[in-house]
Write a new protein. Sequence first.
Length: 152
Amino acid sequence: MQELHKLLDQLESDIASFDKVNLAVSSGSVGWHMAHSLKTIDQIVSACKHSNPTEYQWRFNFKRLLIMSIMKKIPRGKAKAPKIVRPEGDISPETLSLDFVKVRKNLNDWDKLDKNAHFPHPFFGVLNKKETEIFLVLHTKHHVMIVKDILK
């Protein structure tokens, strides 16, 4: 999870530009991408913590193989964020700062989770702890790159 923490640091370094928008890149602001990334991480980590590792069952998923193992990149504009991880309400540097603290706190005991802690992803199927780490890094990296492009 060290790589995820570095990506969070990168995102947080642009918090002052939360209101910047570049419609040629995305309809979402820098703050929206930050809030979405943080909400995604927080909800996925919480789902893994509340999962029952004995219920995990691996199943082949072509989309997961293609994106997470072969491309190692989430393509832009191919999927829409599920409603549950779309930011709602006002986004400000203050709310984002609080969300960064919340997410880092939630990640504190990640290493203590069972290897079969899991969560159901809408496109990739059920992801275990290792696959979840890979996804969280890919997803956060995806939004870090969008933020960079908005700020160019």
